[in-house]
Design a protein around this ligand. Structure first.
Ligand code: HEM
Length: 359
């Protein structure tokens, strides 16, 4: 079919949607582990990619509209297609509303979290939608200047709208309390009075300080076990906890510098990782050099850390997202290799009797 206007051939529209959705979901997932200012590019690319989808969906929906509006033409796949379109548009709209300062909640969730859930849901529905529909583009589809120009228009649209939206935010004072991660401010400097969030089953009983011990072991010269009396919280730092559910909170944390604790156990010369483990089985690890500068917090803004925020010890890891700030720590393990099973542990901790972990 010859195209008289700026538009990609149908098969290229379909493949571009697939690639763009894949890109949006992949960069979206990457945002969850991005918290350093240098990671801002991930959020920018995600936004631009998501917005580029608007043009592609416009072309696609214009093409398939007759098939959807004519009920007689419906088949088994039509409902899946409608569901997919609804999810993709809802993901786009919620992303855009959030980054324009729309901070309302949907049930217990901030809008950003709803956006993430919609974005992830697109994938399984897309897979069902693709069954029996995949058609490879032909060389003809790529021929001609119009295809190249149309592709440029898609990318350019995403970049321009992103830029325009940020400018509009600045002019109208919208989303002014959002960090580059999209998170909004909650309870800064208010001690323990900021949101308590934990993964589904992370809900240990309050810890009795008299029964609690911290074991430091693994690839070290001499293992150590500390009680609450051995903790000497002589370091402090002002750090922002940025939760992937869409809020951030900045506090003055006080506790032990991990590096000082490690010096007392003498890590093996080839040790690379430090894993922080919760009474619940939840755990996360940091490269040893980064871990040295992290804090094992006992106090926040002059208050004793509350149970919900991880008493007696919580990891404060600057530049890491909230789920990596392990709570209720009772074990620190130095190792030569990264504990990759932590990816599973953060989801299943708390579901059995010996483990119940947190964020
Ligand atoms: C079909 C899938 C998705 C689409 C189409 C999409 C689209 C968008 C759009 C249009 C924005 C607003 C961009 C802006 O105006 O700057 C946005 C923001 C955002 N999205 Fe997505 N998204 C998808 C999936 C996801 C997923 C799976 C996650 C995370 C798990 C995610 C995380 C975010 C975050 C954190 C922001 C805020 C970024 C910022 O403040 O710059 N998205 N998304």
């Amino acid at each position: 079919m010859a195209h008289s206007r700026l538009e990609l051939p149908p098969r290229l529209v379909d493949w571009s949607i697939l690639i763009t959705v894949g890109f949006a979901v992949a960069t979206g997932m990457l945002t969850l582990v991005s918290g350093q200012p240098g990671d801002a590019v991930v959020f920018v690319l995600h936004g631009m990619g998501g917005l580029a989808l608007v043009v592609l969906l416009f072309w696609k929906l214009r093409r398939v509209r007759p098939r959807v509006t004519n009920r007689a033409a419906w088949n088994r796949g039509t409902l899946v297609s409608i569901l997919l379109t609804t999810l993709a548009l809802a993901a786009l709209a919620t992303g855009l509303v959030w980054t324009s300062g729309g901070t309302f909640v949907v049930g217990p969730w901030l809008l950003l979290f709803v956006h993430m859930a919609l974005g992830v849901l697109v994938i399984p529905v897309l897979v069902v939608h693709l069954r029996g529909r995949v058609r490879l583009p032909t060389t003809n589809d790529f021929a001609g200047r119009r295809t190249a120009l149309s592709s440029l228009a898609v990318v350019g649209f995403g970049a321009l709208v992103w830029r325009f939206q940020r400018e509009a935010n600045r002019v109208f004072g919208l989303a002014s309390d959002q960090r580059f991660t999209g998170s909004t401010e909650e309870g800064t400097d208010a001690g323990n009075a900021f949101p308590v969030t934990s993964w589904v089953a992370d809900d240990p009983d309050p810890i009795d300080p008299d029964d609690w011990q911290l074991r430091v072991g693994g690839a070290v010269e001499r293992e150590r076990t500390l009680s609450t009396e051995d903790l000497d919280p002589d370091s402090e730092g002002r750090t922002t906890l940025d939760c992937t559910s869409g809020w951030y909170s900045t506090h003055d944390w006080r506790g032990l510098r991990v590096g000082d604790l490690l010096d007392t156990v003498e890590p093996a010369p080839d040790a690379q990782w430090v894993s922080f483990r919760s009474v619940t089985g939840y755990r996360w690890s940091l490269p040893i050099e980064e871990a040295r500068d992290a804090l094992l917090a006992t106090r926040i803004d002059g208050e004793r850390l509350s149970h919900g925020h991880g008493f007696p010890l919580r990891l404060v890891a600057p530049g890491r997202r909230g789920f990596q700030w392990v709570k209720w720590i009772d074990k620190i393990e130095v190792s030569r290799q990264r504990d990759t099973s932590e990816w599973l542990a953060i989801f299943v901790s708390g579901f059995d009797e010996t483990s119940t972990g947190g964020q």
